[in-house]
Structure formats: structure tokens, C-alpha cells
Design a protein around this ligand. Structure first.
Ligand SMILES: [Fe+2]
Length: 306
């Protein structure tokens, strides 16, 4: 069609993408064109603003490396990752869910651990943490034999792959739940940490006058065939950024009941203060699938990527 006015551009593109064979891809493209053209009309995007948008999107790609993904960071910073997670879990967004974003630091080669083990593999000063995990179905039946990956940042807010001072696989482990659906482990209490702000995400954070911190959290991934793999984060309520996560990840269901203890524990080998956490996870029936690991090992020393 020969385009005679601005309205006809949208018609022409809609007609073009209507020819896509795959019905789901067609549905996505049609909605994308409708919303994109609607957005340009709504804000009456100027040519100069369009050039700026192109620059920002290109910069996200240029900033992305094997150990850092600026696009994922931007999706989180705009709340898209959190929205996607809430729409696709909890009975498709109908009920509360413990699902949360994977984040950029999961490794698929986390070392096997036995219940009771510590995740501390090199000296990591900070308050002790004792975590008891239990896994169950929605009818409260325990889930035995699930593989549970745990990973978290140090009390300085750095993951082992970012920090030359930490041993390989420090603060990481893979546990298997027992017949009662349980296991426990010792570690140190993680701290919150800043996301990198030297790219387009930083421009957004500064423009919106936000801080760039994520509140302290433990990451979990629970894998067992027959259940939808649960990727979760459990946040520390005492973190000053608990209600202003730069990645919009914190929901009520994910605030952990961390308890502070002011007497040392000889049994656990902890000085005071130390913390304990009893955490129950409920799995939904579904497909068990581990995602592709975002990183494979320690980042180069020159790339302090968070
Ligand atoms: Fe994290």
C-alpha cells in the first residue's frame, strides 16, 4: 500500500506482520506494533528524542558482555522482570508466589553439599547465619529428593565471582532435601549491594533520583522433576532498602523471618550476634527446567561486575 498519512503507517505494518505463520509470534508482533505506534503517538515522540532512544538501546547491547547483561538489568530496573515473574507463577498470577528473578549470578556447577554443611569456603567475616529449609506441595506433603541451589553475596555485598578475596564457590552450594523435605546449612548473613550504574541503567536510575541498591537476600533454585522449578530470593527485612529495591523484586511473600540471636552458639560455632531463618517453600506442579546459567565462573579482575 502507498502510505498517505500517519495513520496508514500503522495499518501497513499491521498488514505486514499479519502474514507471520506462527500464531503466537503473530499475536506478539501485532500487539507490539499497536503499542509501539500508540506510544509514539501518545508522547508525540520528536525526531531528536527518537535518536536518543536509539542511542540508549544500542548502548545496552554494547555494554553487555559474557559476565554482565545490561538488557536484563534494564528489564529489572523498569519492573518488567518482576511483572513477568508474577504473571507466570502463582497459578498464572492468581495467587501469591515465592517465585522471583534469577539474577545474573547463578552458576550451574554449584558444589554438592550435605545438610548441615557451611557455605563459607574462605574467611568471610560477618554475622553467622543458620538456615533451615523445608519443601512441600500445596497440600503440605513434603518434597524429598529435590536439588536446591543456594547462593548469595558476602557481608560486603560481593558474590564470589566478583571478589578475588573469596575462594571459588564461596557462599554457594547444592543440597538435596531429605525424606521430610528438609535440609539446613550455615553461612554468613549477606549484605545488599549496588547494581552497576555506568551504562544506560545508571542514566535511568539518576534521572528517577533512585538509589541503585538491592536489599540483602539469599537466592534459591529448587529443582525436582514433576514440579515447576522454583527460582526464589528471600530478603532481609532489616535492610534499609527493603521497600525500595532498584530491581522491584521484593514482594511480601519473599520477606524472610530472620531472627537475631545475641548469645553466641557453641553448637553452630557462631559468635554473637548471629541470625537464624526457617524458610518453607511450596512448589507447584509443572515442568522442571534449569535455566541457562548467566555466568560460568569468576569475572576477570578488571571487570568488577555487580
Ligand atoms: Fe543477588
Amino acid at each position: 500500500m502507498i502510505i498517505e498519512n500517519q495513520a496508514m503507517v500503522t495499518d501497513a505494518v499491521i498488514e505486514a506482520v499479519s502474514r507471520v505463520d506462527d500464531p503466537r509470534l503473530r499475536e506478539i508482533l501485532l500487539a507490539l506494533v499497536r503499542h509501539l505506534h500508540g506510544f509514539v503517538r501518545e508522547v508525540r515522540l520528536t525526531e531528536r528524542e527518537f535518536q536518543e532512544a536509539v542511542r540508549i538501546i544500542a548502548a545496552m547491547g554494547q555494554k553487555t558482555t559474557p559476565s554482565h547483561n545490561e538488557v536484563v538489568l534494564m528489564a529489572g530496573s523498569l519492573g518488567v522482570s518482576s511483572l513477568l515473574c508474577l504473571l507466570n507463577n502463582g497459578n498464572n498470577g492468581q495467587t501469591e508466589t515465592q517465585a522471583n528473578m534469577l539474577g545474573p549470578f547463578w552458576r550451574d556447577d554449584q558444589p554438592p553439599c550435605a545438610s548441615g554443611d557451611t557455605l563459607v569456603r574462605s574467611p568471610t567475616p560477618g554475622p553467622g547465619l543458620f538456615v533451615r529449609v523445608s519443601l512441600e506441595e500445596s497440600n503440605h506433603n513434603p518434597i524429598a529428593g529435590a536439588e536446591v541451589d543456594v547462593w548469595h553475596s558476602s557481608p560486603e555485598g560481593l558474590y564470589e565471582n566478583q571478589d578475588p578475596k573469596q575462594a571459588e564457590m564461596n557462599l554457594r552450594g547444592r543440597f538435596v532435601s531429605d525424606r521430610a523435605g528438609r535440609f539446613d546449612f550455615r553461612s554468613v548473613k549477606p549484605a545488599g549491594y549496588p547494581i552497576p550504574v555506568d551504562g544506560p541503567v545508571g542514566e535511568l536510575v539518576r534521572a528517577t533520583r533512585r538509589h541503585n541498591f538491592r536489599p540483602a537476600h539469599l537466592h534459591f533454585m529448587i529443582y525436582k522433576p514433576g514440579f515447576k522449578t522454583l527460582v526464589s530470593q528471600i530478603y532481609s527485612p532489616d535492610d534499609e532498602h527493603i521497600d525500595s529495591d532498584v530491581q522491584f523484586g521484593v514482594t511480601r511473600a519473599l520477606i524472610g523471618n530472620y531472627i537475631r540471636h545475641d548469645e553466641p552458639s557453641r553448637e553452630l560455632g557462631f559468635a554473637a550476634p548471629w541470625y537464624s531463618l526457617d524458610q518453607r517453600f511450596t512448589l507447584e506442579p509443572g515442568e522442571a527446567r534449569r535455566p541457562v546459567a548467566p555466568i560460568r565462573g569468576k569475572a576477570q579482575a578488571a571487570a568488577p561486575d555487580r
